[in-house]
Design a protein around this ligand. Structure first.
Ligand SMILES: NC(=O)c1ccc[n+]([C@@H]2O[C@H](COP(=O)([O-])OP(=O)(O)OC[C@H]3O[C@@H](n4cnc5c(N)ncnc54)[C@H](O)[C@@H]3O)[C@@H](O)[C@H]2O)c1
Length: 394
């Protein structure tokens, strides 16, 4: 098999910003043939399909109809987080392999259902956490796992977007849907990246979470306000007693030097890791100001090829799917890909725990919610039952 016949479910912002280049202008485009698209939104479906010449009989409003009618090997599910599970499960039940953008899903019950379907159908489920392909995190993982730094004790990570990301009044809006920041939180959108990267480096499983949320800036936006959190601090306790604070928000003034200002520091028994994630070494002085440029993530090359870890991360997963379908994926790699940590299960667990912490929290000052402590083992047993939860607690 030369190419994967891919059905794309959902063609909103993440496709506009990242995946259109993966499919059509990356080093991985030669292994992908986008043969069908499903999205109920006429504007987005037609924008994508017109741009890339997808014929009208291969454009669908309903993904079930696409799965019935198109000849596919795999699907990429780019729907909002709470709509990842149903299309992924339906596709796997039809013998297709699946790629989803992070997070795997927004609840542990959804992620568990996806993992269970992958196990029952024997299909490959993969998740694009693009930070996992950032060369700095890959190097840190190898070195941390060699024992060079000892074990993690305390970490502080932060990831703060410019306000324009969450502001529905920004023209043009950053996201396809104006209510994006109301339907999502800094935890679901940003903490997810950092928690995953931290667990990728350390391989530590989380056992407890407590969050604090600030909602002081977004409700004041005009003319349209956002009833949601500006900023959240998620404290995670890991199985070895290590503590991490992951501070995320989307209310930095638009004059910030980077769309996402982010950094991390990890203090370990035998060393320190200090990431200047948003300082890839290239800044520009331009008529609009001074900005960090991050070609590591997305690099528009002179010949039109788009490279960077934003492409490498999903591209490598598509290569795995292609190898799997051609019978070329080793058993060792197959079982590595099926590991719950690899499938983002614990990342969703952290975020679900942080949301529950805030829901059960109390208001301690104007616009400030101090979350309740959440025992993640207890959350898992409550949501999945003792037997199924045990699979993730062993
Ligand atoms: N990799 C990343 O860094 C990254 C960045 C942004 C978003 N994401 C993830 O990508 C996913 C999509 O986010 P987005 O920002 O593109 O959202 P979006 O709201 O801009 O787009 C979602 C699209 O899915 C479509 N959709 C909704 N229900 C559907 C259904 N039943 N069938 C088919 N299509 C359906 C919508 O019409 C819309 O076009 C989310 O899971 C998000 O967390 C990942």
């Amino acid at each position: 098999m030369e190419k994967l016949r891919l059905g794309v479910i959902g063609v909103g912002s993440v496709v506009r910003e990242i995946y259109q280049y993966l499919y059509f202008s990356s080093d991985f485009s030669s292994i992908v043939d986008v043969v069908a698209v499903a999205d109920p939104n006429d504007e987005y479906r037609n924008w994508f399909c017109d741009k890339y010449g997808i014929a009208s009989d291969r454009r669908f409003k309903d993904y079930s109809e696409m799965l019935d009618r198109a000849e596919l090997d795999a699907v990429q599910v780019n729907t909002p987080d709470h709509l990842h599970a149903a299309p992924s499960i339906a596709a796997m039940k039809r013998g297709l392999d699946v790629l989803v953008p992070k997070p795997t899903a927004d609840t542990v019950t959804d992620v568990d259902a996806m993992i269970r379907t992958a196990e029952e159908t024997g299909r490959l489920l993969t998740v694009d956490f693009h930070k996992r392909e950032d060369p700095r995190f890959k190097e840190a993982e190898t070195r941390y796992q060699s024992g060079r730094y000892g074990q993690l004790q305390v970490a502080v990570w932060y990831m703060l977007d410019k306000l324009l990301v969450a502001n529905p009044n920004h023209d043009p809006p950053f996201f396809a849907s104006a209510d994006f920041a109301e339907k999502n939180t800094p935890i679901s959108f940003l903490t997810v990246h950092m928690a995953d990267a931290l667990m990728k480096i350390t391989h530590l499983r989380p056992v407890a979470v407590r969050a604090v949320g600030w909602s002081q800036k977004l409700p004041q936006l005009r003319p349209r306000s956002v009833q949601g959190y500006d900023c959240c601090d998620t404290e995670i306790r890991f199985e070895n007693g290590a503590i991490a604070h992951i501070i995320t928000g989307w209310h930095l003034p638009d004059t910030a030097y980077s769309t996402t200002v982010q950094s991390a520091r990890m203090i370990c028994t035998d060393g320190l890791i200090d990431f200047s994630i948003d300082r890839p070494g290239y800044f520009e002085v331009h008529a609009d100001g001074i900005f960090e440029v991050n070609p590591l993530f997305k690099n528009f090359e002179k010949d039109g090829t788009v490279t960077g870890y934003g492409m490498t991360s999903p591209g490598r997963l598509l290569q795995k799917i292609l190898a799997f379908r051609a019978g070329r994926l080793s058993d060792a790699e197959r079982s590595r890909l099926a590991d719950p940590m690899e499938l983002g299960f614990y990342t969703t667990l952290v975020c679900a725990g942080a949301h529950e912490s805030l829901q059960r929290g109390q208001r301690v000052a104007d616009g400030v919610t101090e979350g309740a402590p959440v025992d993640l083992r207890e959350l898992l047993i409550r949501q999945l039952g003792t037997e199924r939860a045990g699979r993730y607690l062993e």
